[in-house]
Design a protein around this ligand. Structure first.
Ligand code: KG4
Ligand code: ZN
Length: 383
């Protein structure tokens, strides 16, 4: 079969991205138009601004992806786009653009779930590395700013042209883990996004200094309310955010936080030294303790789910999968459990379009194309 080039388009949140992936196994290009600078002053993603920025970014980013891959609109075989979940206005930009492009070029259009994309980021990079011997089912933790979901993933057959099945076996009941990182960073005057900053600062604090209790949630599978039904592994991260706020208030840290916020907002791109210069030991200990609790919870629950479902491998993917402590802890604990664990590279952990094009490849082979009338689905579920 000749190589298949799929143009992927992603616009579910605050990154406008386009990529060309060859036959689900090689990233020919991956272009990202980041909106970080637009949202940074607001301490989070502003949906209206995100839609406007996607409109500004989508044409140049698609042109860039085609150029970097030495492809033309005519030479690609199909267009894949994120249908959901995500911000309604943001998704609509990508979906409308992809539909118009597919119609004008008479190319097949494939609608992809963003979470499925995060899972396929791992598969894409493993194939790119020549690792074609992955065994299934896989237990995938998708952990990002919008999601903390555990899926059991299986392919319907051994060949590439096989449909994927996803079974949700756990999810957050409130905030996503990345959302907790972002809210805690904002609360401590560290700016947005919080994950990468906390990741870099945590090793400078004592992770045992503050004793946070992770939420213990365990229940039966909601779809099968029988005694024998498997356990459902849910997460909750809103409690730890409130606990950090209480710690700040009890220890009267507010004045120092305000000073830190003012000092950091004067710098366009603060370096680690800038952050360290404005964080005292008490703050660094709080950051380290917060991260330790979140990581322990993510790793502990995922490994307990693995004991129950006995997968052949673990995938950890999504923006928070870029976290160094999470990676280290997963590697150590899954090695002890004799379970292989796979992560995407850091650029493919956060939102990108290569993962969308990769997830579309099996659908392309199965001719599972989108109805031209389909629309964006902000609350789209997977599985
Ligand atoms: O997957 P992603 O780019 O977008 C969503 O689908 O949400 O994830 C973004 C999230 C943000 O909450 C960000 O703070 C978090 O991923 N993040 C991290 C790290 N890098 C990004 N969290 C912890 N450690 C990191 N190194
Ligand atoms: Zn994402």
């Amino acid at each position: 079969m000749p190589p298949v080039h799929i143009l992927g388009i992603e616009s579910s949140c605050d990154e406008t991205a386009a990529a060309v992936v060859r036959s689900g196994e090689f990233t020919a290009s991956s272009a990202i138009f980041s909106q970080l600078a637009t949202h940074q002053p607001y301490g989070g993603v502003v949906p209206e601004l995100a839609s406007r920025e996607h409109l500004r970014g989508i044409v140049p980013v698609v042109r860039q992806a085609l150029k970097d891959a030495a492809q033309t609109p005519e030479s690609i075989d199909a267009i894949a786009v994120t249908r959901g979940p995500g911000l309604a206005g943001a998704l609509l930009v990508g979906v409308s653009y992809a539909k118009a492009l597919a119609f004008a070029l008479e190319k097949p259009l494939i609608a992809v779930n963003h979470l499925e994309g995060h899972i396929h980021a791992v598969l894409l990079e493993e194939r790119q590395r020549g690792n074609r011997d992955l065994n299934f089912p896989v237990l995938a933790l998708v952990v990002s700013g919008g999601h903390t979901h555990l899926y059991l993933c299986e392919r319907a057959g051994p060949q590439e042209a096989a449909a994927w099945r996803y079974r949700l076996v756990g999810r957050t009941r409130d905030d996503a883990a990345g959302e907790a990182y972002d809210k805690v960073a904002k609360l401590l005057g560290l700016g947005y996004p919080g994950g990468p900053v906390i990741d870099r600062l945590a090793p400078h604090g004592d992770a045992t200094a503050v004793n946070f209790t992770p939420a213990q949630i365990k229940g039966k599978d909601r779809s099968a309310a029988k005694e024998s039904a498997p356990t459902f592994f849910d997460f909750s991260f809103s409690g730890i955010k409130t606990a950090v706020l209480r710690h700040v208030e009890l220890n009267q840290m507010q004045a120092a936080i305000l000073k830190r916020h003012m000092s950091l907002s004067e710098k366009a791109k603060p370096a680690l030294e800038d952050y360290l210069a404005v964080c005292d030991k008490q703050t660094l200990d709080l950051i380290a303790s917060f991260q330790h609790t979140v990581v322990e919870d993510l790793v502990g629950k995922t490994l307990r789910a693995a004991e129950e479902f006995q997968p052949a491998a673990l995938f950890v993917t999504g923006g928070v999968a870029a976290n160094s402590e999470l990676r280290r802890c997963f590697e150590e604990r899954s090695a002890r459990a004799g379970l292989p664990v796979f992560f995407p590279s850091c650029p493919l952990s956060t939102d990108n379009a290569a993962m969308i094009a990769a997830a579309a490849y099996p659908r392309f082979l199965l001719k599972d194309f989108a109805d031209p009338q389909f629309s964006a689905e902000p609350s789209m579920a997977l599985g």
